[in-house]
Design a protein around this ligand. Structure first.
Ligand code: UN1
Length: 542
């Protein structure tokens, strides 16, 4: 394990105008730093400064993915038989290392994907919280003892690991989400092949090194970098070859459905955390300032690049105008830029050029629908920038905040997620109409309702079809010990986080131990219980 620590990263010769290191990163297979089998590499660049090169990384091939699977299979018996409290101790060490290194990890995350320093801090904290929760779970991971219907026979249940888990996460939460998946997989005794997100290879590499530094044996977590259609697809294809026992994926609904099909035909368990068109309802009794604050954060925080970001803002018609006046005043002043160099920015760049392109294509949907554009001019350029933009438009991939109003449920932009800084505003006649609208999209991830009417809050909680709901709160803000996930097109019903995620990485093993020295047949050799003779002559009561 210490080998990884001792092996310093090679610095690239490339000039980095920001005085920051550019590194040569590696896959980590069976604890070894490895190159792609064909030597191919790809770059990771700072989306706020395209000439800040973080490094280059192996573009993994099918052979690399299979080498990682071999290592995970070889490590499985040893790790599965390591006592769960010991596995928990290693996970606890990861938490301590993350706490020690938090400031560096946070700055690295902001440099690689452009999330603000404050938000990267929250995210690394979520990874730490996850480790702390599951360290303790190593001392539980309870099974049950169950009474048998036969004498001298003991029944009990055990949680068993599923085997080799394929982990594929997105680049918008590159620290918290892989920990949501890998840590419960590890505590249950599984081994892992982790395909890092294309836009966050250096952060993923640093996190995987920390895992090893914490005492994780070689081969238990294997990291491969590359593209979704390359290394990611090879990992999914390996399900068909019987080499993967579990897939956990966070990303688009389209890719999630494809993975679900592959897993389904192989009877392999999969956890799918997919897109959302998260509704936020504001009713007349709400505290409007609070609601404006929550909606504004939910829509534009993280540049709208959370799966829990606000999609449809559903306003009761009585407060629509008053709400929009305050909301738009905030939108107009939005401070945008690289938080490593500017104080007080709400959001930074898009995760990468690819996300920017998809976002602009999504906006075309709202334009085609004929929704009323209240604000937003697409990409921020030297000639087209909102007054709150404080950075160099040519250096990074920054977007205006966008607001579309007069949106109705027959529009494409009402039904579909647009991943980025945009909100679609819908007017509701009354509570029933608002609840109907909140349920009308094909997604069901997060949701929120601002109201001070207790009955409305109750009816929202019971009437909304979503995995998560905020009452007088924004659509974001999951905590590491609450179940996270969606229904409908947002996922397949599995959950991350807390004790619920344990179900996704283990199976129940029922054991019966026959101590009687003879074959006793369940249901058939059970003592017959005779009912007592009736002592009342019912006929005399007639
Ligand atoms: C995601 O966008 O994939 O609740 C995860 C939240 C975060 C997690 C989001 N804690 O918004």
């Amino acid at each position: 394990m210490t080998r990884l620590l001792e092996t310093g990263l090679d610095l690239l010769d490339a000039e980095n105008p920001h005085g920051l290191p550019s590194v040569k990163g590696w896959n980590i297979i069976n604890g070894q730093l490895t190159e792609a089998s064909d030597g191919a590499r790809f770059e990771s660049r700072n989306p706020a400064n395209k000439d800040d090169l973080l490094g280059n990384f192996p573009r993994s091939t099918k052979d690399d993915v299979h080498a990682a699977l071999d290592a995970a299979h070889a490590a499985l018996p040893g790790w599965a038989s390591t006592p769960a409290p010991t596995r928990g101790q290693i996970i606890g060490n990861m938490a301590r290392l993350l706490i020690d290194l938090k400031e560096d990890i946070v700055r690295l995350e902001t440099r690689e994907i452009g999330k603000t320093v404050k938000e990267s801090g929250g995210e690394v904290q979520e990874a730490i919280d996850t480790c702390l929760f599951f360290q303790a779970e190593g001392r539980r991971l309870y099974g049950q003892t169950v009474h048998s219907e036969l004498p001298n026979k003991e029944l009990s249940t055990y949680r068993r690991p599923l085997g080799v888990c394929a982990i594929i996460n997105a680049s918008n939460f590159p620290a918290a989400v892989p920990f949501w998946k890998i840590i419960p997989a590890l505590i249950c005794g599984n081994t892992v092949v982790w395909k890092s997100p294309k836009d966050a290879p250096l952060l993923s590499f640093a996190l995987a090194r920390i895992m090893h530094q914490a005492g994780l044996p070689d081969g238990v977590v294997n990291l491969v970098h590359g593209t979704g259609s390359g290394a990611g697809q090879h990992l999914v294809d390996a399900v068909d070859e019987g080499r993967v026992n579990k897939v956990s994926f966070t990303g688009s609904t389209g890719v999630g459905k494809m993975i679900g099909e592959v897993c389904g035909r192989n009877l392999v368990s999969c956890s799918l955390e997919l897109g959302g068109k998260n509704p936020l309802v504001v009713m007349p009794s709400a505290n409007l300032d609070n609601a404006v604050e929550g909606a504004y954060w939910a829509a534009f925080g993280t540049a709208g690049q959370r799966c829990t970001s606000l999609g449809n803002l559903i306003l009761h018609e009585d407060i629509h105008d008053a709400f929009m006046e305050r909301f738009m005043a905030k939108v107009h002043e939005t401070r945008i830029g690289d938080s490593l160099h500017h104080e007080g920015v709400l959001y930074g760049p898009m995760l990468s050029e690819v996300y920017a392109k998809d976002f602009l294509t999504g906006l075309e949907m709202a334009e085609r629908d004929g929704a009323t554009k209240l604000w937003g001019e697409g990409r921020i350029t030297a000639d087209s920038a909102p007054s709150g933009f404080v950075d160099n438009a040519e250096a990074g991939v920054f977007m205006w905040p966008h607001v579309y109003s007069d949106v109705t449920e027959d529009m494409e932009c009402f039904m579909n997620e647009i991943f980025g800084p945009v909100v679609t505003v819908v007017k509701a006649r009354d509570f029933d109409h608002a609840l109907h609208l909140a349920n009308a999209s094909p997604y069901g991830l997060s949701s929120a309702c601002y109201t001070n009417d207790r009955l409305e809050a109750y009816r929202f909680k019971t009437g909304i079809k979503a995995g998560m709901t905020g009452i007088n709160n924004s659509t974001t803000g999951a905590e590491a010990h609450l179940p996270f996930g969606g229904v409908k097109n947002s996922g397949n019903g599995t959950r991350e986080s807390g004790m619920w995620v344990i179900e996704a990485y283990s199976y129940w093993h029922a054991v019966n131990d026959e101590l009687s020295g003879q074959l006793q047949l369940a249901q058939m050799d059970v003592d017959e219980i005779h009912t007592a003779e009736a002592t009342v002559d019912w006929s005399t009561l007639a």
